[in-house]
Ligand binder design. Structure first.
Ligand code: ASP
Length: 413
């Protein structure tokens, strides 16, 4: 089977959904598993609902806005909207009744039970629309197949169960299912982390021993630089799994970091292609494929923190102290993107996704002198040469590190 993944941008409005049908006609969709994200920015909007709920503010209005956004798309897509409208109404009224009944103070649990409705709604619409246009398909609730632990918002896949479930899928057909979602052993919904639909597609490709996986994007493929931050980006025609993993690790947003591992394990070829020009070749990611063209790749991670710990009594920062700091960072879900240490100091460039850093630094303040720069940029250049740095904007350099083929610079604008 082939696995196709369509992200939020590829299904953001009625025209985009129509484009998905045209794309499938062009490239073929027999024996295919389609993994689809929530429409446009729906996940952000549902995150707001959860926040409003916990802030004890009016969340129902926001839910109605999200529902209206979907019903508007449906109006443009369907001749007869009765059935699909009813289905959507159920999803959205389910959110309201869940929140009214809920007693759990667990933010992440509530988040997953609410946010999942973005993917459930989008896949319902897309599946029904494809059926209407004559592209016969089966809608599947991925939560019946993809099993995780109960680490809400960051579900860890139970591979044995998941693989066993996907093995029951009959090949030869077109399936439409949700990215990003799973369920725990009590069948409560879990999610795999923001932007997790690529990972879902890779999990399914792995479990089905797929012949290939394709992610359809609004860019021509994997570029050597993010066009939002760098001018004249160049399309990479092919790259190896290792290169793709490195790029994702350093923050190339086109590839979700967890996506590569399942694909690489079974050597499943992975394509990133344009949903605007679907017959263009895009980027092929395969075993041993050399980087082509051989060119520097630029990655920017914004909103980082640079933290420098130094010992108060001039004692060495030894392994026990390092492990103490790293354990606490791990517990606070703070991600370290760069580290540099000397005898009495440790510098870390970290990402504080969950807003836990301040509290942690307050705790560590007793043991270390701490210098903290907020809102710093981390630039990574893979395959750098003497010209590469000219591409970077002129910003105050705070730290730099060179590792074989990779140069990293932390700056403050
Ligand atoms: N809808 C989810 C998000 O926006 C998952 C995804 O699109 O990959 O993060």
């Amino acid at each position: 089977m082939k696995v196709y993944k369509f992200g939020g941008a590829s299904v953001k409005d009625a025209d985009s959904v129509k484009n998905v049908a045209i794309l499938l006609e062009k490239v073929g969709c027999e024996d295919t598993f389609m993994v689809v994200s929530a429409m446009g920015k729906t996940t952000n909007a549902l995150e707001e609902v959860v926040q409003l709920y916990f802030d004890e503010q009016d969340y129902e209005k926001k839910i109605h806005e999200i529902e209206a956004f979907h019903l508007e798309i449906v109006k443009e897509l369907f001749d007869d909207q009765t059935k699909i409208n009813q289905e959507l109404k159920i999803f959205f009224s389910d959110i309201v009744s869940f929140l009214r009944r809920n007693k759990s103070p667990n933010y992440s649990y509530v988040y997953d039970q609410v946010v999942c409705n973005g993917e459930l709604a989008s896949t319902r619409i897309i599946s029904a629309y494809l059926n209407q246009t004559g592209i016969a398909n089966t809608w599947l609730d991925v939560r019946d197949y993809l099993k995780t632990d109960n680490n809400y918002r960051e579900g860890k896949v139970n591979w044995d169960e998941t693989e066993k479930n996907f093995r029951t899928i009959e090949s030869g057909k077109l399936y439409v299912t949700q990215g990003f979602l799973g369920s725990d052993e009590n069948h409560f919904t879990t999610t795999l982390g923001r932007e997790g639909s690529d990972y879902t597609a890779a999990i399914i490709a792995y479990c089905l021993d797929a012949q290939s996986m394709t992610i359809w994007k609004d860019v021509p493929g994997v570029l050597n630089a993010d066009p939002r931050y760098f001018s004249d980006p160049v399309l990479l025609n092919h790259i190896s799994y290792e290169e793709a993993i490195e790029l994702a690790y350093y923050g190339a947003s086109v590839i979700h970091p967890k996506t590569m591992q399942p694909l690489q394990n079974k050597e499943i070829p992975f394509f990133v292609k344009s949903f605007i020009n679907p017959t263009d070749s895009g980027t092929a990611i395969k075993k041993g494929a050399p980087l082509e063209p051989k060119i520097s790749c630029f990655i920017l991670k914004k909103d980082q923190h640079l933290v420098r710990f130094s010992s108060k009594d001039f004692s060495f920062i030894t392994e026990d102290k390092l492990s103490g700091i790293f354990n606490q960072l791990y517990d606070a879900k703070i991600k370290v993107n760069l580290m540099q240490n000397s005898a009495i100091s440790l510098s870390l460039c970290v990402e504080d996704k969950y807003g836990n850093l301040k509290e942690l630094l307050n705790k560590l303040d007793k043991m270390y002198n701490i210098q903290h720069d907020e809102q710093v940029n981390l630039y990574t250049i893979r395959h750098f040469d003497e010209h590469s740095e000219k591409v970077l904007p002129l910003e105050r350099e705070l730290l730099r590190q060179t590792l074989k083929e990779t140069l990293q610079i932390v700056t403050k604008a």
